[in-house]
Ligand binder design. Structure first.
Ligand code: ATP
Length: 358
């Protein structure tokens, strides 16, 4: 077991830098509490770096990600900074592919003390995780799409290996959640009624589920899922889906618990893992100090949980729980309320309140 962990930090653009400062303060406070140190080194990368230097993700930053114990990532991308093909500069996708971070893990849940957008009282029980396949699906088209005279084509790719490993990840996660009192159920989200690729995906998911007899499995078409996630989100435990569907549904589920600032996420592979809020750089509020840092702080807690399992270091698991508990206390006791929820607590206020409780 090691007492110091190296963390590659990529704050990025817009509110990425603001929420990262908050999360680092909280991470170091949690470290002091559990007797562990975090050697956090920040690296310049992102859309602004691209605008300044012509490079979005310097080789040195990617190398640092490879050698660190874990990666903390703010947000990258600015609407006005575009590559030669007209698409946004989004280096996080390059990192995902370079480090084969195939599992996009997006948990959402409600927090006592904060309003829940849905009126149904059962909405206070929302506690689900969306597992998004991160390396193929429609995003396989990135850099491969073609525009011919009067048509544009983006290919979608589903492989047996890619589907099997994401299905296994979701099934294992459901198993772990079951041990903590959740239902232990996976809902597979696809469009198998239209696309051959999706029928193949569904077949592979079911093949893998046979090895997890203690985990329930059902299927839903993505369009019906969009409706059901708004109509009865409290019924779901773990969702697993293709890359593009996961991209869209991630934002939807964040809104179920009040906003992008409440949704943490992790991109996990077999060797490396990156932790970042589900939100983007929010240029509309950048610089005003009102960004909600909760998603970034909870992403840091997810990182501690991942490191704890990887290094068999239970002190880190305690630190993760301590961050979550401090966040819970702050909201439940009404100490802070983010602007997203109609409150007046800025990024620094929320970070300070959480730090104090640690
Ligand atoms: P991306 O495509 O890069 O994920 P996006 O287009 O989904 O980004 P975001 O940057 O996530 O957009 O912003 C969407 C909306 O949510 C904006 O109105 C933004 O102000 C708000 N928002 C995002 N993150 C936060 C946050 N941490 N606190 C408060 N509001 C936020």
């Amino acid at each position: 077991m090691q007492a110091t962990y190296s963390i590659a930090v990529l704050p990025g653009d817009g509110i990425g830098t603001e929420v990262m400062a908050a999360a680092l303060a909280v991470l170091h406070a949690a470290g002091r509490r559990c007797g562990r140190r975090f050697d956090t080194v920040s690296h310049a990368a992102g859309a602004q770096h691209f605008a300044d230097t012509g490079v979005a993700l310097p080789d040195g930053a990617l190398d640092a990600c490879r050698t660190a114990d874990a990666i903390l990532f703010g947000a990258m991308g600015l609407p006005h900074v575009r590559g030669a093909d007209g698409t946004e500069v989004i280096p996080q996708l390059d990192i995902r592919f370079a480090l084969d971070l195939y599992a996009g893990v997006r948990p959402v849940r409600t927090w006592p003390g904060l309003p829940v957008p849905l009126a149904d009282p059962r909405a206070t029980g929302i506690d689900l995780v969306l597992v998004r396949e991160n390396t193929e699906g429609l995003f396989y088209a990135r850099g491969r799409g073609e525009v011919r005279a009067d048509e544009a084509v983006d290919p979608m790719k589903i492989t047996r290996r890619g589907t099997a490993r994401i299905a296994d990840f979701a099934l294992r996660l459901a198993q772990q959640r079951k041990a903590r009192g959740r239902p232990g159920h996976v809902t597979n989200v696809d469009k198998a009624n239209v696309f051959r690729s999706m029928a193949f995906w569904r077949q592979v998911v079911h093949e893998r589920a046979a090895a997890f007899p203690d985990v329930g499995l059902d299927d839903a078409y993505v369009d019906a899922m969009a409706l059901n996630l708004v109509a009865k989100p409290w019924q779901y435990d773990v969702l697993v889906t293709e890359n593009m569907f996961g991209d869209i549904l991630s934002d939807l589920i964040a809104s179920l618990v009040g906003g992008m600032g409440m949704a943490p996420s992790a991109d996990i592979g077999d060797r490396w893992a990156l932790f970042q809020p589900a939100h983007g750089t929010a240029p509309d509020i950048a610089g005003s100090g009102i960004a909600n840092p909760t998603a970034m702080m909870l992403s840091a807690a997810m990182m501690l949980e991942w490191l704890a399992a990887r290094h068999a270091d239970s002190a880190l698991a305690d630190a993760a729980l301590a961050i979550e508990d401090a966040v819970r206390q702050c909201f439940a006791q009404g100490v802070v309320r983010p602007f997203e929820f109609g409150g007046r607590s800025g990024t620094a206020d929320i970070a300070a309140a959480v730090q104090e409780r640690l």
